[in-house]
Design a protein around this ligand. Sequence first.
Ligand SMILES: [Zn+2]
Length: 217
Amino acid sequence: MATFKTHLTVAVTFSAGLAGGFLITDLATPKTAFFYGLLGSFGGILPDIDSPRSVPAQLLFNVLGILFATLVIMNDSFFGIIHYSWLVGGLIYVFTYYGLSKLMAKFTVHRGNFHSVLAAIWFGLATTAGVYHLLAARELVAWTAGAYVMLGYLIHLGLDEVYSIDFRNRKLKHSLGSALKIVSLRHQKSSIFLMLATIGMFLLTPEVSSVIKFLWH
Ligand SMILES: [Zn+2]
């Protein structure tokens, strides 16, 4: 298994390179290219959130906690009283950081469904839907953002797979085939759940027509 540092280095290098290409070819403005690069790097460490004490898991739940809390605090009209929203924001942070990560650990198996191509697709679609609805981005930008996360995610899976080959002894480690799989056949219930979640997430994404039009021209 590749270490966090390896994953991060490869993800950042690849995403920055790709985003640079987008920038040079005028496919993205500097701001958007930076955003894409960030998303690709994030996708590259995302699969390991299924091991709760991993750096990406702690990072993710920290960021999510801050994000949720900020949304509540900023939206003070939501609760009317500003002090109250700070309290609720704080509680939401604590719940996300401690509660959600515990819950996640309970329901996921490391290298279960999170290390699958289907999960990569789900996270890609979730990014597209999120960027489109929450950031009010154009369809093409939303789909490109999703593609970056998915690519970063897939690179992570591929890297884990490469690391399961013991080059010196020319032996295959036990973990071979556990990283890059379409779905986890060992965890059927969660695989079915993930398939349904992927279909559901696809319904939340914007139209693909703009992407098709762009690719055809
Ligand atoms: Zn991994």
